[in-house]
Design a binder for this molecule. Structure first.
Ligand SMILES: Cc1ncc(COP(=O)(O)O)c(C=O)c1O
Length: 419
């Protein structure tokens, strides 16, 4: 028999093994100063393209004031206990009512964190004889929710309607044997590459197949649709989404999340969501802060307009300069380049040190070998000057990537990886 920790001493995991080369720079970087379009990284000013503060509310003066006043009034303890036991308040209820109205659903229920809430909602919606059909590129919280499911599950090819239909057929056949139902889970916007889930086409399949649709709209909420109600509103099918989820961690620039659905479904979930029944209620300062943010989402469409002005300037500028930005249909802006991991590391160093551009980098195994994905998140707090500087920097790094500069600079790293 071995010591439980033996495997940990030997193998730090697929990401952890890069800690010595990457920590503090590529992973666990420290961005300092107020959250905005320009922050400090290792003492240097950088334009930040890696923060999901879509509407620029994180450092909004009015929002900060409300947060501070709520913290002064309630502290961080209130209310104590789970909602069901002693942590329930009228303000929690008010926020739920306002969120439901905003996303055009009958009712809503608060979640402490999006991740746990998604896991728990998937868990609560299905029984052993039910079947889950979900996107192969689903966010980790969906995958973890599915992991709790005791029954069958089928993945479909990413955002592929043919594959969705094929798997609905398989699921239907199986459900006829088990006597269960089908839950289809999609994202409203896929956060890595920016495509919207094909909600309109999925909803059309309801004519042929009997299933319920659960949508994680973390990136669509507040950014898409005529009123900011998200990807369902944008595609004209919000009323066909059976359970809608969004987090406060992006457009709302806070912590917490919610689900919204018909009253009867929310009434059921309220009594069956283990992540909420057995965890302390969302802190009051977050509830009060969310009410303020939601009011701004509702009454200040100019925030969304500013966001989209920046998104369009950045995405059109990149396209005009010949960059491959894939098939994004949202604010998420991926830029695909070709190169090895060591080249990608040298390129990102150049971007940060010499051009003052801070964006996220994604490489194999998250995307295919030989591809580098730089992911930019425009927000309402950016401006056209930020966009221009970034476009120039991208042209420059592409030239250096193509003329072999990063290959030369990273030869040492390449050799140590091959050793
Ligand atoms: C698609 C998606 N779902 C869920 C979550 C989790 O939300 P939270 O950060 O509130 O836990 C995220 C990340 O924030 C996300 O991108």
């Amino acid at each position: 028999m071995r010591d439980l920790f033996d495997k940990i001493y030997k193998d730090k995991g697929p990401l952890g093994k890069w800690a010595a080369q990457a920590e503090g720079y590529f992973v666990f970087p420290k961005l300092e100063g107020p959250i905005s379009n320009r922050m400090k990284f290792r003492g240097k000013d950088v334009i930040t393209w890696s923060i999901n503060d879509y509407l620029g509310l994180a450092n909004n003066e009015e929002v900060r004031k409300v947060d501070a006043a709520a913290a002064a009034e309630y502290g961080s303890a209130y209310p104590m206990g789970a909602r069901m036991m002693s942590g329930h308040t009228s303000l929690h209820e008010q926020l739920q009512t306002e969120l439901a109205a905003f996303v055009k659903k009958e009712a809503a229920y608060l979640l402490n964190f999006g991740y746990q809430g998604m896991v728990s909602t998937v868990d609560a919606l299905v029984a052993k004889d039910d079947i889950i059909v979900y996107d192969v590129d689903a966010h980790a919280c969906i995958i973890d929710g599915v992991r709790l499911h005791m029954g069958k599950r089928f993945t479909y090819k990413h955002n592929d309607i043919e594959s969705i239909e094929k798997n609905l057929q398989r699921a239907t056949k199986l459900a006829e044997q088990t006597g269960g139902g089908i839950l289809l889970i999609s994202e409203g916007v896929f956060g890595m590459r920016g495509e919207q889930g094909r909600l309109k086409e999925i909803v059309a399949l309801k004519e042929k197949y009997n299933f319920r649709l659960f949508v994680d709209d973390a990136h669509g909420f507040g950014t898409l649709g005529a009123t900011g109600a998200g990807a369902g509103e944008e595609q004209g099918v919000q009323d066909q989404i059976d359970v809608y989820f969004a987090t406060f961690a992006k457009s709302m620039a806070s912590t917490g999340a919610f689900i919204a659905a018909d009253q009867e479904i929310i009434d059921y979930l309220k009594y069956n969501l283990r992540s909420q029944m057995f965890a302390k209620s969302l802190q009051m300062q977050l509830v009060v802060g969310a009410l303020k943010r939601l009011d701004m989402l509702r009454t200040m469409p100019e925030l969304r307009e500013k966001l989209w002005e920046n998104v369009n300037a950045l995405q059109n500028g990149l396209k005009k300069r010949g960059f491959d930005i894939g098939t994004t249909q949202s604010c998420v802006t991926p830029v695909y380049l070709k190169g090895s991991i060591p080249e990608a590391m040298a390129l990102v160093k150049d971007l940060r040190e010499n051009h003052g551009i801070f964006c996220s980098i994604v490489v194999y195994p998250v995307i295919p070998k030989g591809l580098i994905l730089l992911r930019l998140i425009p927000t309402a707090s950016h401006n056209l000057q930020d966009v221009e500087e970034t476009l120039d920097a991208f042209s420059s790094i592409r030239e250096r990537l193509e003329n072999g500069t990063y290959k030369r600079l990273s030869a040492g790293v390449q050799a140590s990886m091959e050793a």
